[in-house]
Ligand binder design. Structure first.
Ligand SMILES: Nc1nc2c(ncn2[C@@H]2O[C@H](COP(=O)(O)OP(=O)(O)O)[C@@H](O)[C@H]2O)c(=O)[nH]1
Ligand SMILES: [Mg+2]
Length: 218
C-alpha cells in the first residue's frame, strides 16, 4: 500500500511537468513526437530517412536523443544537419518529463516546428512516462514478432502511428501479418499503421506525408 502511494506520486509529478511541456510546445507551435521501440527496431534509421524529406519540405526539425550511454545515435542524427541534444540516462531505461522539460527552453531552438524525441530503447517504461509530446510513434520491426501489441498493450494503445519496420526481412521471419493487424484492431483500431523499410526506402514517403499532414493540421 505504502509503495503504491509513492509510485502514484512519482507519476503525478511526471504528468504535471509533461503538461507544462505540452503547453510550452503549443505556445511555440512545435509538434513534439515521442519515438518509442525496442533497441534496434530502427528509430535512428527512421530519423535518418525522414528528416531529410522533412527538411526539403521546409520543416525546422530538432532531435532529442535519449540513450543510456554513448553519443553514437546523436552523431548519426547530427550528420543530417539538424540540432541534436543528447541525453545519457546513465542506465535509466526511459526518459522522464523532468529531463526533457529542463532543456526545451534552453537547448531546443525556438523556431523548431517538429521535435523528435528518440526515447531509450524499451517497450515498457517509455509508454508510462509522458514527456509532454503531442504524439507517440512506436516502431515494431518484423523480426520482433507479431505478438508485441498484446504483450505491450499500453504502448500500442497510446500510439498514433505504428511503423512496421524491416518489412524487407518479412520473408525470412515468421511474422504473422493477420495476427498483428488483428491485435492492433482490438487494442487501438484508430491507429495508423505504415509498413516500411529503412533499408529499401519503402513506406518512407508515406511516413513523411503523415508528419506533413499533422503539421498542417496544427
Ligand atoms: N534489414 C533492415 N535493417 C534495418 C532496417 N531499419 C534499421 N535496420 C538496421 O537495424 C539496426 C538498428 O537500427 P537503429 O536505427 O540503430 O535502431 P534503434 O536502436 O531503434 O535506433 C541497424 O543495423 C540498422 O541498419 C530495415 O528496415 N531493414
Ligand atoms: Mg537509436
Amino acid at each position: 500500500m505504502e509503495l503504491k502511494v509513492i509510485k502514484q506520486k512519482v507519476l503525478q509529478a511526471n504528468e504535471d511537468l509533461a503538461e507544462k511541456s505540452r503547453l510550452l510546445m503549443r505556445e511555440r507551435r512545435c509538434l513534439m513526437v515521442n519515438l518509442i521501440s525496442s533497441p534496434g527496431s530502427g528509430k535512428t534509421s527512421l530519423l535518418e530517412r525522414i528528416v531529410p524529406v522533412l527538411l526539403a519540405n521546409g520543416v525546422k526539425v530538432a532531435v532529442i536523443e535519449g540513450d543510456c550511454y554513448s553519443t553514437r545515435d546523436g552523431e548519426r542524427v547530427q550528420r543530417l544537419g539538424v540540432p541534436v541534444i543528447q541525453i545519457n540516462t546513465e542506465g535509466d531505461c526511459h526518459l522522464e518529463a523532468s529531463t526533457v522539460h529542463g532543456i526545451l527552453s534552453t537547448e531546443v531552438p525556438v523556431d523548431t516546428g517538429l521535435l523528435f524525441v528518440e526515447n531509450v530503447g524499451n517497450l515498457v517504461c517509455p509508454a508510462v512516462f509522458d514527456l509532454g509530446e503531442k504524439l507517440k510513434v512506436s516502431i515494431l520491426s518484423v523480426p520482433e514478432g507479431s505478438d508485441k501489441p498484446v504483450k505491450y498493450p499500453l504502448l500500442f494503445r497510446e500510439s498514433g502511428l505504428v511503423v512496421l519496420n524491416k518489412i524487407d526481412l518479412a520473408q525470412h521471419t515468421n511474422f504473422n501479418r493477420p495476427e498483428f493487424y488483428g491485435f492492433m484492431k482490438d487494442i487501438n483500431p484508430a491507429c495508423r499503421i505504415i509498413e516500411a523499410s529503412c533499408t529499401s526506402g519503402e513506406g518512407i514517403g508515406e511516413i513523411s506525408d503523415f508528419f506533413m499532414a499533422l503539421l498542417k493540421s496544427g
